[in-house]
Design a binder for this molecule. Structure first.
Ligand code: K7E
Ligand code: CUA
Length: 650
């Protein structure tokens, strides 16, 4: 094995501009210097490779949980290798994980995920957030929002499965979510485009009177690992197109900050020749940063100062304004990101149509509210704080600053969209000159190692780029999104890896130390229902397999183990309702089977020890092989059976 110093020496001697000094052609083997020459690699390239390359079997230090955008899923990526390790299906069916093809997961993806009685089978995943304890990622749960259909999902990180989807009963689309308060007391989901609350109807000329936003505080039960909709509540907001949001922590715990960008209350042309929203919503010099005192809101909810809309308790806008549960402060026009610093003493808001990042001071904000020192009121009676009195300062970062993340040394890293840069700057000492790193291209979002906790790690930032025009082989007009791993450990930032993301636009990600996970390798004892975490009443041990017929209802209690299904022969009459109760008797690591019934759109994944249940009507007569879809053993092909559906009248 090459020592690092030898590797760098080789790299150095092969660097420079004179490829002709190259030694013999590298061919299949070759030494480092000749390979560098042949491939046109610089010393910096080789260093980047050494920082990211993982020899087979070496594990990553961090995991990124990235939104899969319109894919409706989560992408799990190792850092620093940038290897994709898993997709977690959330809002749409996914065949390999057997999610949405007849098994128990159908209840989550189709029933819980329904909105207003409509089955919805995709999502626009925006912002994954990990559960926190004391402001640190605790490795237990992951929450994501679906902007398109105003939903929030709960993923259990013991088995990386989506366990719950809650459908927002108030708003039609969300954006500021799913972010958590520092002990995961709440998973917060705030609206994006205003609409009458609860799915009501009103024409656009009633926009100011009847259209509203809302901040929903979903109560999370850490013991059960589920959101408790009964104990959840919301704060009614004006129709200002609320945008990104974040929860205060440490010094600012108890507060939530939400951007907005349509204080003009433009609703587009309205078919009346008014300006399009892009211009209508960009008239005012200032929009409003919403400041919510959620601890005070809790006392109002407890005191019954709410009205119920579509089943959810809502603190009405006038009550929220009068009690200062909701207060505003101006923010430069059309802001986007809203990111609280690790110590909670500042909130950074990105400008979008402004070249600055604005640093708010929550201590000043609290003080102004306590003193009743306001500079005005909005049309809904919400008090507005004086902008200059509420900020620590502003820093010029370039064209289109969006999102901000943090390191362990007091620096902020902001994605600057139009300039295509990551800008590193000191959020305390605003006079220190910012440093920009070009990325490829049009960075939208950004994530940092442990970046949203009270103690970020530094080391890595990932630029989540919207455009990738010349980075990969062209694969047609729909290009992949692109992640670039940035090494921030030294005095200068460096891009050290490019990863294409070809399944949707990732809108955010969080990066957690991998050793915080407590994943299981099997469901123990066999027969655990992953949605109840308990051994299911329908589970069987070896020898208990059976078929129970009750009129037209047939229950099949089946075991699954290398390399057979027992029973492997099921005979029913056309029109019978079949329920298959499947128990994997496996406990060994990685011994997953699949179970698919040909022609019946039935397909589940049987991880070791897992219980699955599939109910369907045998409405098509014929002979239908069922088989294992994972190459699980040398006799995998033999792991099959027959479903015989006898035609009516035969
Ligand atoms: Cu910058 Cu949700 Cu993409 Cu907004 S995040 S779109
Ligand atoms: Cu079990 Cu293939």
């Amino acid at each position: 094995m090459l020592s690092p110093s030898l590797l760098f020496a080789l790299a150095a001697c092969a660097g420079g501009d004179s490829p002709t000094t190259a030694a013999p052609a590298a061919g299949a083997g070759g030494d480092l210097a000749s390979i560098m020459t042949e491939r046109g690699l610089t010393e910096a390239d080789v260093l980047a490779a050494a920082k990211t390359f993982h020899p087979s079997g070496k594990l990553d230090d961090y995991l990124i949980f990235a939104s899969g955008g319109h894919g409706g899923n989560i992408v799990v990526i190792g850092v620093p290798s940038m290897r994709i390790i898993k997709y977690i299906s959330v809002f749409g069916p996914e065949p390999w994980q057997g999610y949405g093809y007849g098994g128990l997961g159908d209840e989550v993806v189709y029933e819980q995920g329904a909105q207003g009685g409509k089955e919805i089978t995709w999502g626009d995943v925006h912002h994954p957030n990990l559960s926190e304890t004391g402001g640190e990622y605790d490795g237990r749960y992951l929450f994501v929002n679906d902007k398109a259909n105003a939903r929030v999902a709960v993923v259990d990180l013991e088995d990386f499965m989506t366990k719950q989807i809650v459908s927002n009963p108030l708003v039609m689309s969300d954006h500021g979510g799913a972010f958590v308060t520092p002990n995961t007391e709440y998973v917060v989901e705030t609206s994006q485009y205003a609409a009458p609350l609860g799915g009501a109807y009103a024409t656009l000329d009633k926009y100011k009177d009847e259209y509203r936003g809302a901040a929903v505080f979903w109560k999370f039960d850490k013991e059960k690992g589920r959101i408790d909709p009964e104990s959840s509540w919301a704060v009614e907001l004006p129709p200002y197109a609320q945008d990104l949001a974040d929860a205060g922590k440490l010094a600012s715990d108890g507060w939530v900050f939400i951007n907005s960008w349509d204080t003009e209350m433009s609703a587009g042309t309205e078919g009346q020749g008014k300006p399009y929203m892009e211009s209508g919503a960009s008239q005012n010099d200032m929009d409003y940063l919403h400041i919510i005192d959620w601890k005070k809101a809790e006392t109002l909810v407890a005191a019954g100062k709410t009205r119920v809309v579509n089943g959810m308790k809502v603190i009405p806008l006038d009550v929220a304004a009068a009690e200062h549960v909701l207060t505003f402060v101006g923010e430069p026009k059309s802001p986007h990101g809203c990111d609280v610093t690790p110590d909670g003493t500042a909130v950074v808001v990105g400008g979008k149509l402004d070249t600055h990042a604005t640093v708010y001071d929550p201590a000043k904000i609290k003080d102004l509210i306590a003193k009743g020192s306001f500079s005005g009121k909005d049309p809904y009676g919400v008090d507005i704080l004086d902008f200059q009195s509420a900020i620590h300062g502003q820093v010029e970062l370039g064209l289109g600053p969006l999102h901000t993340v943090y390191d362990d040394k007091g620096y902020a890293y902001t994605s600057v969209f139009l300039d295509s840069t990551v800008v590193k700057w000191n959020w305390k000492n605003l006079s220190e000159a910012p440093q920009a790193l070009g990325v490829q291209y049009n960075i939208g979002h950004i994530t940092a190692a442990e970046g949203d906790t009270v103690s970020p790690d530094g080391k890595y930032v990932v630029a989540m780029n919207k455009m990738s025009q010349d980075r990969y082989v062209n694969v047609g007009p729909l290009l992949p999104q692109s992640f670039q791993l940035v090494d921030i450990s030294g005095p200068e930032m460096k891009v050290i890896y490019d990863l294409p993301i070809p399944l949707g636009e990732p809108h955010y990600a969080q990066m957690m130390k991998a050793d915080k996970l407590h994943t299981i390798t099997a469901y123990t004892p066999p027969g655990i229902n992953p949605y109840t975490d308990e051994k299911d009443a329908g589970a069987v041990a070896a020898g208990e397999e059976r078929i129970v017929r009750n009129g037209k209802k047939v229950d099949v209690y089946m075991s699954v183990i290398r390399s057979h299904f027992a029973p492997d022969h099921i005979e029913v009459n056309q029109g019978d309702e079949i329920t298959l109760h499947l128990t994997s008797l496996e406990q060994a690591l990685d011994q997953t089977h699949g179970f698919a019934v040909d022609m019946y759109n039935v397909n589940v994944s049987m991880e070791p020890g897992r219980y699955e249940e599939i109910t369907f009507v045998a409405d098509r007569a014929g002979v239908f092989p069922f088989y294992c879809t994972e190459f699980c053993s040398a006799l995998h092909l033999e792991m099959m059976g027959y479903l015989l559906v006898k035609p009516t009248g035969a």
